[in-house]
Structure formats: C-alpha cells, structure tokens
Design a protein around this ligand. Structure first.
Ligand code: HEM
Length: 162
C-alpha cells in the first residue's frame, strides 16, 4: 500500500484497532468500563493525512462516545490533529512523536457549539503508544475542565490491531 512520505514516520498507526475493558474515570463521575474501536485510514498517496474514526460502547454494548477527525502531517514535519465530537465540541491538537512509536497530542484550541453541555474541557493530553511485538496501542487521555482544573486521567485502554 502506497502512502504519502510525510506519514511514514507514523505508519504504525494505520489500521483497525479494537480494545475491551477500557478504564474510564474522573473525580466527578463513577468509574466505568468501555470497549473502543479506532480506524486510522491513510489518505490517498498525494495527501499527507490519516483519517481517524473512533467508536465506543459501554459494558452493556450500548453506544457511548464517538469522534472523528484527521491527523495531518504538513511539510514542516509537525503533526496536527483536528477532531470533532457529536457533543458539539471540536478540538485542535499539536502532536509529537515522543518516541518513534509514541504519539503525544496536546490540546491547543477547543470550540463549542452554543448547546454543548458543561463542564467545559480546558486541557487535554492524549497518548497513543504502539508495541510492535504485540501489535497493540496503549491509549491514555488526561483532561482538565473548568470544574477540575488540573490534568486528570479520564481514559485508559489497550487496543489490538485487527
Ligand atoms: C473513549 C472515549 C470516551 C468515553 C467512553 C467517555 C465517557 C464518559 C462518560 C461515561 C462520562 C460520564 C457521563 C457524562 O457526563 O456523559 C464522561 C464525562 C465527561 N467526558 Fe468523556 N468519554 C470519552 C471521551 C471524552 C473526550 C475525548 C472528552 C473531551 C475532549 C471528554 C470529556 C468529558 C467531560 C468534560 C465529561 C464531564 C466530566 C464532569 O462532569 O466533570 N470525554 N465521559
């Protein structure tokens, strides 16, 4: 499969991943477990992006959070992530390969539709760490909100490449 040269450094992301037994938590909510599927689809060879589609389910198999966006690999060598959620929230992140197989994404801006519910997310750090031996991604998400102002764990899961 041919991909744009700019995305080769993160080609370990490309594929379909699924994880069960994800841990969801936050100081303001009861802990929960979740199942997650992520499809990272390379754009056409002429376009330096990876399409990101995420779906989750609760322990009863009912749909939970879902989101979708693009990882962009511009010519200046940086990684950018633009993501949108059906809750009326859209986020922009700056990404870095903190190791060759670890993508760390830090929120740089967020916008909300007029009816997006509170509390407002103020900061987010997402980490995707690939293990080539097990073909798994360990994913974590820490966030701060206007009522929980320090970065605090919300999500942790290990996803297996399908
Ligand atoms: C795997 C993906 C996710 C799952 C399964 C998930 C699940 C949940 C659940 C079950 C709750 C508690 C009920 C509720 O308030 O709706 C919650 C709360 C929340 N989530 Fe998530 N979430 C996910 C991703 C995200 C993302 C990406 C963000 C923001 C960028 C986010 C922000 C929040 C906020 C702000 C709250 C409210 C916390 C509070 O009341 O203090 N979540 N999440």
């Amino acid at each position: 499969m041919s991909i744009h040269p700019n995305i080769e450094k993160a080609s370990w992301l490309i594929g379909k991943f699924r994880g069960e037994g994800g841990k969801g938590e936050y100081p303001t909510i009861p802990p929960f477990t979740y199942t997650e599927e992520i499809d990272f689809t390379a754009g056409p060879p002429s376009k330096p992006f990876i399409h990101y589609q995420q779906k989750t389910w609760n322990s009863k198999g009912e749909p939970l959070h879902t989101e979708s966006g693009y990882l962009r690999f511009p010519a200046n060598g940086t990684i950018e992530f633009v993501n949108s959620e059906p809750t009326g929230v859209t986020e922009i992140y700056q990404g870095t390969l903190t190791t060759p197989h670890t993508l760390t994404l830090k929120l740089t801006s967020i916008a909300r539709t007029p009816t997006a519910k509170s509390p407002n997310t103020k900061d987010v750090v997402r980490v995707f760490e690939f293990n080539p031996t097990t073909q798994t991604i360990h994913s974590t998400m820490d966030m701060a909100t206007d009522t929980t102002p320090t970065l605090t764990r919300h999500l942790e899961i290990t996803l297996v490449k399908k």
